[in-house]
Design a protein around this ligand. Structure first.
Ligand code: FE
Ligand code: FE
Ligand code: ZN
Length: 295
């Protein structure tokens, strides 16, 4: 099972991320190159990058299972403020360069929000932006399936498909997020049926990352609030089916579940749970107990 979680990049850059992932028993991970809510980025330290790659190799973490996530404030969909739109495009170009320097294969991007624009116009803006950003030889952009909160684009497979169809390069793929799918109205309890749907419409080979999250809200709520595995409306059985699905066995699954009491990362315990297939109804207590030992 290729399983990991969101980790920090701020401490020792990629080396810090790798150490953190290993402490959770992960063999994959995802990071933002800086704070997800801003675009301030430090220069990359090539020594730390090399040390990180060595540590990954020693521990069986493959670079194709290490995912970057673009900051969520960039918006490719809305060009009413043309300077802001251009800033998002330029930032993403730089982010691709950073990924390339790190040796990363994939970067997850939210398609963007239409705000006051018609959806058709917003989708066209996303396509135009991507056509100017994507390079054939660079890392691959993965469009994330969204919950449909506010005016988010990419909350249906049809919208994702129309973006992919409009982009001239084939160097673009998809990241599916289980919380977002649920909140967008896709019932993934019969996950094989959902995979058939995505295979017919988009092609399963274009899915290169799965965000594995439970949801705090019911099917179709368009809310986007992640929950810990098994404690939400999707439930452990369904999420375990996603994690162990044979058709996605080579695709990294990344947990973006919330910290317990905003302080304790649940990832070691959640990864244990997925590896063993045993749901932890007392996850919150177990995580708190585990971290108390270090205090
Ligand atoms: Fe995301
Ligand atoms: Fe996600
Ligand atoms: Zn989300």
């Amino acid at each position: 099972m290729i399983i990991g979680c969101h980790v920090n990049f701020t401490n020792e850059q990629l080396l810090g991320s790798t150490k953190q992932a290993l402490s959770y028993g992960a063999n994959a991970f995802m990071f933002y190159t800086g704070a997800p809510q801003n675009t301030i980025r430090k220069n990359l330290d090539s020594v730390l990058t090399e040390e990180a790659k060595t540590l990954m190799k020693e521990n069986g973490i493959l670079l194709e299972n290490v995912i970057c996530h673009a900051p969520y404030i960039i918006n490719l969909a809305n060009n009413i403020d043309i300077e802001k739109w251009q800033f998002s495009i330029n930032f993403l170009k730089q982010e691709l360069e950073r990924c390339k320097a790190l040796g990363i294969f994939y970067i997850v991007v939210h398609p963007g929000s239409a705000v006051s624009l018609d959806r058709d116009v917003a989708l066209k803006n996303i396509i135009d932006a991507l056509n100017s950003i994507i390079k054939e030889d660079g890392p691959m952009i993965l469009l994330e399936t969204m919950a449909g909160k506010g005016s988010e684009c990419g909350c249906t497979l049809e919208e994702i498909k129309s973006i992919l169809d409009g982009v001239s390069s084939k160097n673009i793929g998809v990241c599916i997020d289980t919380c977002h799918l649920n909140d967008a109205g896709y019932d993934i309890k019969d996950f094989d049926l959902f995979l058939e749907k995505i295979d017919t419409l988009i092609g399963l080979e274009r899915v290169h990352c799965v965000h594995l999250n439970d949801s705090k809200n019911p099917l179709g709520s368009h809310k986007d609030r992640h929950e810990n595995l098994g404690l939400g409306t999707i439930g452990f059985d369904t999420l375990y089916k996603v994690a162990t699905n044979e058709k996605l066995k080579d695709v990294p699954k990344i947990l973006e579940t919330p910290y317990i009491e905003k302080e304790y990362p649940p990832y070691k315990q959640e990864i244990d749970s997925l590896k063993s297939g045993i749901f932890k109804p007392n996850l919150i207590e177990e995580v708190k107990e585990y971290y108390k030992k270090f205090l």
